[in-house]
Design a protein around this ligand. Structure first.
Ligand code: FAD
Length: 117
């Protein structure tokens, strides 16, 4: 089947949005289990990402720059960095990672990821 660049880009924007918003909601002081969960999530995201070519590149990137899961700031900073690595490879502009602060708002209206059920 022919490549559809529009669909590929749309998938990328949706995936990055979820990826960065997940980091923005990760605990500031995670438990060891939280950190393991994030590391596993990132590895599986890279393995199962629907664009095979993208997944292969991203897995290589993860081997070079292992996920930082010690806390929210480290995780968000790391995710911004690896997204910029992808941006560079695709000839896109670099994103200023100092601006990551409140850029990714989940709109959940709860406090710090502690969902009220
Ligand atoms: P995107 O890169 O999708 O970014 C969306 C928005 O996020 C931007 O508008 C900006 O507001 C913000 N943003 C930009 N950079 C950062 C950053 N560093 N940190 C935080 N926020 C940022 N496409 C391919 O053609 N080939 C590939 O090999 C490929 N690999 C990919 C691998 C992964 C894991 C993912 C998730 C996507 C991949 N894509 C790939 C898709 C590609 O990265 C883009 O998503 C797509 O080209 C659309 O680009 P865009 O310019 O709209 O912005």
């Amino acid at each position: 089947k022919l490549e559809n660049a529009t669909a590929k880009a749309e998938l990328g924007r949706a995936a990055w949005k979820l990826f960065h918003t997940t980091m923005a909601r990760f605990p500031e002081e995670p438990s060891a289990d939280d950190s393991l969960a994030l590391r596993t999530y990132i590895q599986l995201f890279a393995r199962l990402y629907p664009c095979g070519d993208c997944a292969a590149h991203f897995q290589k990137l993860l081997r070079k720059y292992p996920p930082q899961t010690s806390g929210r700031n480290a995780a968000a900073g790391w995710a911004c960095f690896v997204h910029n690595e992808v941006n560079h490879r695709l000839g896109k502009d670099e994103f200023d990672c100092n601006k990551i602060g409140d850029f990714y708002d989940c709109g959940c209206g709860d406090e710090d990821g502690k969902n009220k059920k």
